[in-house]
Design a protein around this ligand. Structure first.
Ligand SMILES: [Zn+2]
Length: 205
């Protein structure tokens, strides 16, 4: 049985904190309907499904999910590990694409945001496409590079914007919106599983 927890929207205060679990790291499927409350479900496959009222703003949904990162992590940690989705050959292909794209994208968005990361690493992270540390290093999972370029650009801009705001505060999203007005649309591309993107050619490799 999928685990589901119904949570009322009014119980979701915004807490600023440094975490990339939602928009940059944790993909979720958003299902809107005429319901009045928001619910989170972690499926046995480890997918996160968010059901929300039709009129609830995207930003409020994102915050709702972010506020429940601990609950989500706890449920995901109880799931059996999934087998590796990518072959060694596919990983190599994606790492090559990362090496090719990252210098250019970091330079472009770094210039726009007036930031420059101390170190840049490509990791094998499964749940986060990107992360950023207080010391100014940014990491990107090779899995991110299975996605279309506009989704990769979103994660790069998102992590670089964290070099100015180490949180998901309104100021952080304002800054992100200045350099990438359509970042919400791009973030939604990350809702598809990375392996599907690679295999149906969405990622443009
Ligand atoms: Zn973030």
């Amino acid at each position: 049985m999928p685990r589901e927890k119904n949570l009322r929207l009014k119980e979701a205060p915004f807490r600023a904190g440094f975490s990339c679990l939602t928009d940059a790291g944790m993909r979720y499927q958003l299902i809107r309907s005429s319901r009045r409350t928001v619910s989170l479900e972690v499926t046995p496959e480890g997918a996160l499904i968010v059901r929300a009222p039709a009129q609830m703003p995207d930003r409020a949904v994102e915050r709702f999910v972010l506020d429940r990162a601990d609950w989500i992590k706890k449920h995901l940690s109880h799931l059996k590990p999934r087998p590796e989705a990518f072959s060694a050959w596919e990983e190599q292909l994606l790492r090559k694409k990362a090496q090719k794209l990252l210098p250019e994208l970091i330079a472009r968005y770094g210039r726009m945001l007036c930031v420059s990361p101390a170190t840049i690493r490509v990791t094998a992270a499964k749940k986060r496409f990107g992360s950023c540390s207080a010391r100014g290093s940014v990491c990107f999972s090779f899995r991110l590079f299975a996605y279309p370029r506009e989704a990769v650009e979103y994660v790069v801009a998102h992590e670089l914007a964290h070099l100015k705001h180490l949180n998901h505060s309104p100021a952080f999203y304002r800054l992100l919106g200045e350099v990438m007005p359509d970042y919400r649309r791009r973030a939604r591309l990350l809702a598809h599983p990375a392996e599907d993107c690679l295999r149906n050619g969405m990622g443009g490799i």
